[in-house]
Design a protein around this ligand. Sequence first.
Ligand code: ARG
Length: 613
Amino acid sequence: MTMGGEAASTSSSTPHSQPLETEATQCRVESVKRHLSRLVVKSLCAVAADFDVEPMLEVSKSGFGDYQCNNAMSLFPRIRESATNLGNPNAVGQAIADNLPPSRIVESTSVVGPGYVNIVLSSDWIAQRIQDMLIHGIESWSPILPVKRVVLDFSSPNIAKEMHVGHIRSTIIGDTLARIFEFANIEVLRRNHVGDWGTQFGMLIQFLFEKFPNGEEAANQAIGDLQSFYRDAKKKFDENPDFKGRAQQAVVRLQRGEDRYLAAWKSICQISRNEFDLVYKRLNVELEEKGESFYNPYIPHVLEELTGKGLITESKGARVIEGRKPPLIVVKRDGGFNYASTDLAALWYRLNVEMAEWIIYVTDVGQQQHFHSVFSAARMAGWLPDQKEEKYPKASHVGFGFVLGADGSRFRTRSSDGAVRLVDLLDEAKSQSLAQLIKRLTENGQIAKWTDEELDKTSEAIGYGAVKYADLKNNRLTDYKFSYEQMLSDKGNTAVYLQYAHARICSIIQKSNKDVEELKMTEFITLGHPDERSLGLHLIQFAEVVEQVCDDLSPHRLCDYLYTLSERFSQFYTNCQVVGSPEETSRLLLCQATAIVMRQCFHLLGITPVHKL
Ligand code: ARG
């Protein structure tokens, strides 16, 4: 019996459920940007029929329009020979504007400078789009992507070793990406590729047996703190050559699948898993474990295939794949497999057995080189198309930077006395947010209106949400400082500030005593005031922001969007009276749409929204 086969049957597996087409997903509309792009494409075909031009469209920053088409300047030199009537970029821009097909979306256009085409959307159309979302649900704004199944490899800590803050980053970023794809109605295989295999297990098992020659129970208790157990085993391994020999024997017996060794390996894995689960539970993250051991039985076959294709060569006693520098070692000098051979087998499995069209790995940037080598080997083997072709199946590495401590050096979860665990780090965020909440409610005399359970649930949502948001709001490639003070502040771009903004909208709606669910079916939104329009425009841009995150796998864009949304709302609320005004109904619907979009952003970021604060 092989190890991996055994591991496969013990790993928890959930059946793949095919996403359902709901009424809302059937009502999905393409994003505003895509919609406009199609109009621009038609115009470009008319202006420069013989040239293959991609539309260059962006949200306008100039304030002259809502969107801006920037094709004219680069198109001009290409067409000046054939289109002699267009004497300068501005004329090209004018032609692009004139050839836009008539549509309900566009209110007006203007051309400035070297042919920038400013496009102003119709306010009625914006209002109608929001109304449609209220009726069909936020899913009608979910992106439409060309893939059905994605493997997302994230979190992936190592058994018997510390789960460090980098694994938290991977867990948070990976979960958000999974939620976003799921929202797009894509089946996501959330894979926890735990490091549960390798020679270190011989060492651990042998150490365990020698420390507790009789009695599994005592052993289970004794390895409760796996990390110090690991340290002690490693010390003995390094200092005692006889022990080292016995540990190497233990690996062989484990690989052969001897019962006693397998049982010890499993219990070590289980103890680690219990610890990881404490973190997953707090973060409310679902993962399916398929650890390194799972792919073990596939490695020989996969390497055989690669050898057959002439990709594997001998180098200094090891077997390697050349292509990128340094070469990727796939069989070590001692004949053993390694991280890379496992990843090649896993990639093969994900493409051929799981039939995933997109495989995404979330780890720190330090592993970028490794993944690029694995992907390049897969391309040479013909498993993946050429990178330039932008075709599926596709593999992507989502790298991220370090978490830094207050002093700017790398954040360590374990101080020298071994005190801070990741769970404690999360719980600290919760208890600080509870303290803040109690203080504020006591000061404003509201505390009596809160039950203990409400306080607990709210501080949990705020505390864990704050940790997630503080991570996600940064471009993932940059390092960021971990600071409770900053993340729990109710000012600036923080989850706490956003939670307040959302709770306030809920209370506005509630205090109006109107049933918005009914109003949305009978009344209409109008965007007469500039601040209503600016809020409305931002609302309908939700879909293209999510689309963008699906494209470059950068969740901070969604955080930026959410923060701007709350700013636009505040601006609107400051300048437009809602309750008691002639526009009350329309404005309440706008409040409701804002709350829905905010909640969806929270949901995609893995943050539980709070309705009362
Ligand atoms: N266990 C690895 C680590 O802690 C991460 C695994 C990432 N996934 C993969 N397929 N290699 O660094």
